[in-house]
Design a protein around this ligand. Structure first.
Ligand code: ATP
Ligand code: MG
Length: 411
């Protein structure tokens, strides 16, 4: 890979997260290469590569199973330069940084020293302009330059710091928590779609519990999900029983075991309390439970979307998980089989388990749903029949809703 670029007369180094992770003995998630070749040059060296990205043009080169991202050195933003007006908003945030530059310039636009090491494969040497190596070796995550200024340029760097700290157990610079708390509000200026991506990276890193703790400690969670934050009581945040922390723990465990995870489950946990509260506010209006839930979900998620934009496909699944709760609780015999086949059953069942642990529903109910999944055929039928009571009314003979209750002690 680097060889090919070198042979064509270009420089090429591994950079960023992969170098950091290798030095920490972790398995890199992906490999990023930087070069002095322009994207067009890179495409000429690797004819089967693809150009991607609008804001930054990056070339994707496939190497066996891996896709390697190759980008051209970019110049950071020199705040003294005349370019400032066009590249920074009047508040100092970076709007455009797609100017090609030298490697020496490329270093200083990166966020942390640990992310700014260049590994030249050809000569097997590490290029270290910012003392990143000693920071990594002593477990420090340090901003390149003045933290307040770098955060102001791009507030997402606070979320990145949390992610690297949670995942790699790095120490932040002393005093940085103060700066985060002061600047947390800047997240309001970040496009909500970008925040969704970052939040998902945080919570699907395998270190959701740690990330959540840090986000709250730094006042970042309240900026991302203000209504959810306000809705939590002490019990929700209890590590052993609380629904929110249990949900994150469940996600971390699944990732550790290599099981699939879905974004909808996370957001179902994060917003459940807020939506329940919203339901309570509407309570007096006598809608049926599903309508009440749908309406409340729509309202809460609608407000939250102004901060973190949850894509429609995800929020639809979130609401489905919530809607299934009352159906799982009702256990109507005629519905059981259909519920088991529902495509959201698995997530809804996992969510029911969390609620059961939190004491919201009886553990007997959760146990019943566990058991019925483990049996089939006659055993399953027996369990359904064992529910008794609600035998399905025959077609066309459904009792009108407002009929007088039958005399005696039927039911
Ligand atoms: P990982 O891929 O493990 O999540 P990473 O450090 O590789 O972590 P990427 O988002 O892949 O993170 O970015 C690659 C590199 O680009 C980073 O290591 C960093 O040098 C630089 N970078 C990414 N995002 C920013 C940012 N918001 N501000 C400054 N530099 C950044
Ligand atoms: Mg990376």
């Amino acid at each position: 890979m680097a060889d090919s670029l070198n042979q064509a007369g270009f420089s090429a180094e591994l950079v960023g997260g992969c170098v950091r992770d290798l030095l920490l003995g972790e398995r890199p998630k992906d490999f990023d290469v930087v070069t002095d070749a322009s994207p067009e040059d890179v495409r000429r060296v690797f004819p089967r590569s693809r150009m991607i990205g609008r804001r930054f043009r990056i070339v994707h080169v496939r190497m066996g199973r891996e896709v390697i991202e190759v980008s051209t050195y970019r110049a950071g933003i020199d705040s003294e330069s005349e370019a400032e007006e066009s590249t920074h908003s009047h508040l100092g945030r970076i709007l455009r940084d797609n100017v090609f530059g030298t490697r020496e310039q490329d270093v200083f636009r990166r966020d942390f020293t640990a992310n700014a090491l260049y590994y030249d494969i050809g000569s097997n040497s590490l290029l270290d302009y910012v003392d990143g190596f000693s920071d990594i070796k002593s477990g420090r995550l340090r901003f390149i330059g003045d933290p307040a200024k770098r955060i102001n340029e791009d507030p997402v760097r606070m979320l990145r710091a949390v992610r690297f700290k949670a995942k790699l157990d790095l120490d932040l610079e002393p005093g940085i928590d103060e700066i985060f708390r002061e600047q947390a509000y800047l997240l309001r200026h970040v496009p909500p779609a970008r925040l969704f991506d970052e939040v998902l990276k945080l919570f699907h890193s395998g270190y959701a519990v740690a990330s959540f703790g840090l986000l709250r400690e730094f006042g970042l969670f309240a900026e991302l999900f203000p209504e959810a934050e306000r809705s939590y009581g002490e019990a929700d945040l209890e590590p052993q029983r609380g629904l929110v922390l249990q949900g994150f723990q469940n996600t971390d465990r699944r990732i550790e075991k290599g099981k699939p995870v879905i974004a909808a489950f996370l957001f179902a946990c994060i917003f459940w309390r807020a939506v329940r509260r919203q339901c309570d506010r509407h309570e007096g209006r006598r809608k049926n439970t599903q309508q009440l839930l749908q309406r409340s979900a729509f309202e809460v998620l609608g407000r939250e979307n102004q901060r973190v934009m949850i894509p429609r496909r995800v929020s639809t699944a979130v609401v489905e998980i919530w809607e299934l709760q009352s159906r799982l609780e009702a256990r109507r015999p005629r519905m059981v089989q259909r519920l088991l086949e529902n495509r959201r059953f698995r997530a809804a069942y996992d969510f029911l388990l969390l609620r059961s642990r939190a004491g919201e529903v009886p553990s007997e109910l959760a146990g019943w749903w566990t058991e019925i999944q483990e049996c089939d055929g006659p055993d399953r039928q027996a369990m359904i029949q064992g529910l008794g009571g609600g035998r399905a009314p025959r077609k066309g003979r459904r009792r009108p809703r407002r009929s007088r209750p039958p005399a005696g002690n039927a039911r």
